[in-house]
Design a protein around this ligand. Structure first.
Ligand code: SAH
Length: 249
């Protein structure tokens, strides 16, 4: 899969794309990331891409011409699949596991990072972007951190990126539930014990126990997720017992 990231700070991505899972994904060619310096598309001799807001007010605005030029260059690249172009914005669709999976199905995604007070609205009104994605209900100083989070979350769905078999499938949100708790050595630590069942060697009991832990954790911490969780009859019954009256939708 190919990502293009349009940014004023290409250097921002160098270390994260060279380390750990993302680093290996890039090295093995599963993931290809092209960093595009927005200033390369400025027509200003000083490579300026921002200007004062019409109507006054604080801060600067990312101007339309370099953003149009950068996106049009990506779309016009011969021989490459057409990119799905997403602008990163607190006003976009909230990023989550479902959206990460949707993006992982695409051969090429371009992420455009804003800066300053925001971007000239005409990029939106002209339909320059296919999508707008938000990392959450807070304001970052630029789209770079959001782009990195999206890159990392999406790349986990690309075959071969996460080595441990079944690891991604067991993660939080995969079946609408939070993950089960994990334990490792030492068995006893500051009088804190590991649940007995994990030493039983009884795979079915361990599976059931983990599933129950998932239900408990989700019920306690993120009951909103339960509305859409894929549960069988037995799990629904268990959940109703745990919740003392929780009714499956
Ligand atoms: N004034 C704007 C925020 C500008 S922040 C507003 O209130 O809507 C500058 C840039 O950071 C944005 O253009 C966007 O690209 C990026 N950014 C900020 N918060 C973000 C978020 N939650 N998700 C994704 N990108 C974000």
């Amino acid at each position: 899969m190919r990502f293009d990231v349009v940014t004023l700070f290409p250097g921002y991505f160098v270390s994260p794309l060279g380390e750990s899972l993302l680093g290996r994904a890039v090295e093995s060619g599963i993931l290809e990331v092209h960093l595009v310096d927005l200033r390369d598309f400025s027509e200003d001799p000083h490579r300026k891409v921002d200007d004062e807001p019409y109507g006054g007010g604080p801060g600067m605005v990312l101007t339309a011409p370099p953003v149009f030029a950068a996106v049009e260059a990506l779309r016009g690249e011969p021989g490459a699949p057409p990119p799905h172009v997403a602008f990163l914005s607190p006003q976009g669709r909230r990023f989550d596991a479902l959206l990460a999976k949707e993006l992982a199905e695409r051969p090429r995604v371009a992420l455009v990072c804003g800066r300053y007070e925001g971007i000239d609205e005409r990029t939106r009104t002209a339909g320059l972007f296919d999508a707008e994605i938000s990392l959450g209900d807070f304001v970052l100083s630029g789209g770079e951190v959001a782009a990195l989070a999206i890159l990392e979350a999406v790349s986990r769905y690309l075959p071969g990126v996460v080595q441990a078999a079944g690891s991604v499938e067991a993660d939080s949100f995969e079946d609408g539930l939070l993950d089960y708790p994990h334990f490792s050595r030492p068995r006893s630590f500051r009088s804190l014990e590991v649940p007995e069942v994990l030493f039983s060697g009884h795979h079915e009991n361990i599976r059931r126990w983990r599933r129950e832990q998932q239900l408990r954790a989700t019920l306690e911490r993120r009951p909103d997720l339960l509305e859409k969780a894929a549960l069988d009859e037995e799990e629904r019954a268990l959940l109703e017992r745990l919740a003392g009256g929780w009714r499956s939708p």
